[in-house]
Design a protein around this ligand. Structure first.
Ligand code: ADE
Length: 237
């Protein structure tokens, strides 16, 4: 897959793209990331990419012309374009799964106090990574790239993502490693039992319990499997 990032600050991505699973996946050629400097599309010596808002108000707004010229320089029939914005649709694992199937993903990083709203009509989707305001879309863009690239075939072992938090709409069960007793803090007995059916049941139970406690919003809309219903009843959750 090819990912094109339109930004004023490509240097923010350097370490991120060279590190860990994303770095390795790019080195292996599972994905290619290219940058387009929006400022290169601004005219004149000053290369202004922003201007004051019509109707007044504080701050500056990014102009249509440099942003859309930058976008049109890379957009093809196969492209899917995202604009990062705190006013976008909440980003989640399901969206990451959808995006990892695209041939060409374009991420337009919003910046300054905002973008001219006419730009919205030139992208497929506005996405927000959470209910808070960042100074720019670069961090949001890295979040999206990270969550998408790790899902590409060959990035990590196929089975590693299956039971993660959010993959089945629930939070993941707790994990432990050696030692079984750390200064008196013991790993749950069942995990040392070697009884795979019991371990699975415990994990599903923990997953349900944690989600109910920490993410009632996810729990409410979860469609319980037969196995989960049985476990809910058994443990009186
Ligand atoms: N730009 C600023 N805040 C953002 C957010 N929460 N998500 C995506 N892009 C943003």
């Amino acid at each position: 897959m090819k990912i094109t990032v339109l930004t004023l600050f490509p240097e923010m991505f350097e370490n991120f793209l060279n590190t860990s699973i994303v770095g390795r996946s790019l080195q292996r050629g599972l994905a290619e990331v290219e940058f387009v400097q929006i400022r290169d599309f601004a005219p004149g010596n000053y290369k202004h990419v922003d201007d004051t808002p019509f109707g007044g108000g504080s701050g500056m707004v990014m102009k249509c012309q440099p942003v859309l010229d930058a976008l049109n320089s890379v957009k093809t029939e196969n492209s899917y374009t995202l604009l990062t914005s705190p006013a976008g649709k909440p980003y989640n694992q399901q969206k990451a799964r959808e995006l990892c199937k695209k041939d060409h993903l374009i991420i337009l990083c919003g910046h300054y106090e905002g973008m001219d709203a006419r730009i919205n009509d030139h992208v497929d989707e506005l996405v927000s990574i959470g209910d808070y305001v960042l100074t720019g879309g670069e961090l949001a863009s890295m979040v999206i790239i990270d969550s998408v690239v790790r899902l590409l075939k060959g990035a990590i072992r196929d089975t590693s993502t299956d039971e993660e938090s959010h993959e089945n709409g629930l939070l993941e069960y707790p994990q432990y490693t050696h030692p079984a007793d750390y200064n008196g803090e013991k790993v749950p007995e069942v995990l040392l039992s070697g009884n795979h059916a019991k371990i699975r049941e415990w994990r599903v139970m923990q997953s349900l319990k944690l989600t109910k406690e920490l993410r009632p919003d996810l729990y409410e809309k979860h469609e319980f499997t037969d196995e989960e219903k049985k476990i809910l009843k058994k443990y009186d959750l």
